[in-house]
Design a protein around this ligand. Sequence first.
Ligand SMILES: [Zn+2]
Ligand SMILES: [Zn+2]
Length: 346
Amino acid sequence: MELFACAGCDTPLTTEVTQVALPGHTHQVWGNGVPLPALLEAGTYVVDPEPSGPPWRRWAEVGAAEAAARGVFAPVYSLSFGVPGTIGLAPGDTRNTVLVPEPSGDACCGQDGRDGPNLFCAGCHRPVATRIDDCSYWQVVWLVPDAVRRLPAPGPAEPPADWPTLLREREGIPPVEPSGMWDRRWEAELGVTLAHLLAACAGAPVGVPEGLLADTLGRVLTVLLPGSPEKTLALAGPGLPAPDADLVLVPRHPQTGETWSPPGEATLVPLAADVWIHLAFQQNRPLVPTIKGDLPEAEPPRLPYSFFLPDTRVFLRTLARLPAVREPWLRAIYDRVSGVPCWRPW
Ligand SMILES: [Zn+2]
Ligand SMILES: [Zn+2]
């Protein structure tokens, strides 16, 4: 556990927080007018290793070689040349900061961070963080890396939870919200996974097991990689039998970000643990008679009102950062999806 203090005057700026992995929906942007909850659970923080915030430089100005050196391998509108390593946390975990609303006033109904830091240290009035809470964005506070100091919190450090503990304590995220919309985290996380899956399959059409996985990833795969399946995909991970497949979807640890690694030679494709847990253990759960012989009162699975489509912005953002996107067949997919404002295959 750590806390963060102002680098200028040592005023504590956060409560005690524990580092977790950067979620796949960190940079997700939703439709205007839709308020989103906090990106992170209370008591946790993330570090974004990429540069963020201004100054921004357009792709044409940066060029492919310099962009590749910065870890971006396909054209994007612009690249941030801000400081890397910004620290994100739940807005409720900040302390001793003063919000100064953004002067441009261009945001819709909150702060969107476009003018740079908008939270100032209550002790010395230096800019220390950017609060983002406009509609369309997950609510978060980003600490400016060189404006804060990380201090160890008192008490013993807790090691990350092991997989048996995680499986016992986390139920996963249901894929459909009560409104009938697909959960946004599913859309974002499967956008991340789709990019990794394409990079791993080397252009061969992939057969996906029937069920929720086929209804989500499988549907878009048949559009992007049509044809008879040449490779197979299966879930693998803690608590599941060893699969017989070319590609295996394995969980990404929610605290460390490490990918679960099975024995064998299958190619690993990471998936957020909370989506993986639902796919592995919650979908199509049979109703088991109770002692009295009655069926338990279980909520029936919710049905979505539209076909599933991974978040294309998150998909493209992830794919642009995978070196495999330089292969012509994958670059063609990238160009096809990024070539229209809101790509929809159906
Ligand atoms: Zn708004
Ligand atoms: Zn200060």
